[in-house]
Write a protein that binds this ligand. Sequence first.
Ligand code: 5GP
Length: 184
Amino acid sequence: MRNLLIVLSGPSGVGKGTIVKRLLKSGNYALSISCTTRAPRAGETDGKDYFFLTRESFEESIGKGGFLEYSEHFGNYYGTPRAFVEKKLKDRDVLLEIDVDGALNVKKAHPEALLIMIVPPDKNTLYERLLKRGSESEEKIRERLARTDYELSRADGYDYTVINGELNAAVSEIENIIEHEKEK
Ligand code: 5GP
């Protein structure tokens, strides 16, 4: 069976991070670690959550074709390191947790990639989750919420949409989708 490039996206606060952690527990998948120029949040580690780069070195890597895709959000670059992902794909399925623009760019370059959009049961749930996370100012939360409509509007470019209402159900649904796609 071929190894899949699986892209998970969804609005900020939808619970992507928790879902990814649960999927990784199975040991079936490798996670792509993105590069970013944003500052680490409390508790984030370089090489684990992201590779934290300066703008200068990020731009140097863009010039060398070092990213499978990259985009800019909230004034910072985010990108998927090409060599890192290609190496991991030799071994197993690789999960990418990236935004909609990045995901659709991956699909253009790799039509065989599996794109899954994770959506909240409703918008209030998102706001509550972002507040609870407590890592961001009210203004930043508003900025992130404003982007939500745009992200959800791109869902039709995805192969599947999964509602993250109940965590276990969402994780099982994603695992079933992956299994089904691998059997194709
Ligand atoms: P955060 O700052 O909350 O970690 O991430 C902000 C946004 O950047 C999220 O929507 C996240 O999915 C996106 N992102 C993270 N890594 C990448 C990446 O490698 N490429 C792209 N295009 N977006 C990313």
